[in-house]
Design a protein around this ligand. Sequence first.
Ligand code: 5GP
Length: 183
Amino acid sequence: MEAEHVDDDLTEVVLTEEQIQRRTTELAQEIERDYAGKELLLVGVLRGAVMVMADMARSLKRHVEMDWMAISSYGTGTSSSGVVRILKDLDTDINGKHVLVVEDIIDTGLTLSYLLSNLASRGPASTEVFTLLRKPEAQRMAVKVKYVGFDIPNDFVVGYGLDYAERYRNLRCVGTLAPHVYS
Ligand code: 5GP
């Protein structure tokens, strides 16, 4: 669905579908260059990364493996719960593999740093991170993010995989949620 299908629930469209597609394709080309001659496993973080994983993977002009993890994050609110746990683990043994974690958004970085230390213990050949969106606080954290789609302001956004109370994931753009929706 488009922004016009959610009435006045968005105060602003932060990224259009076209902007997202253009940037995703650019980053896919970087990834092709960086992983030339190497096998690559994309690890998508459910559920928010579904859209970006699907589009980024299809932009790649090469083979990749794809697997998924589900990690607890925000629940139905708009602020971090601080609770991180694995709800669904990988089906793939990543020992010796080049792993690229695909995230929708990095806010505090709490989820990502937990995930990376967990994956590191499994002996991958390398681990890097791709995120569509990154918020300011995340830039101060110690976790290295190799591929960043867009740095965005510290507002709660929805769409293109990102939800509020499980809604708006199927919005084609990314937009700022109007306070009347959650207050
Ligand atoms: P972090 O652990 O980096 O604080 O949070 C990462 C997770 O929080 C994301 O994967 C996402 O599920 C959720 N999150 C953080 N910021 C936003 C936001 O602006 N909108 C939505 N819908 N989810 C967010």
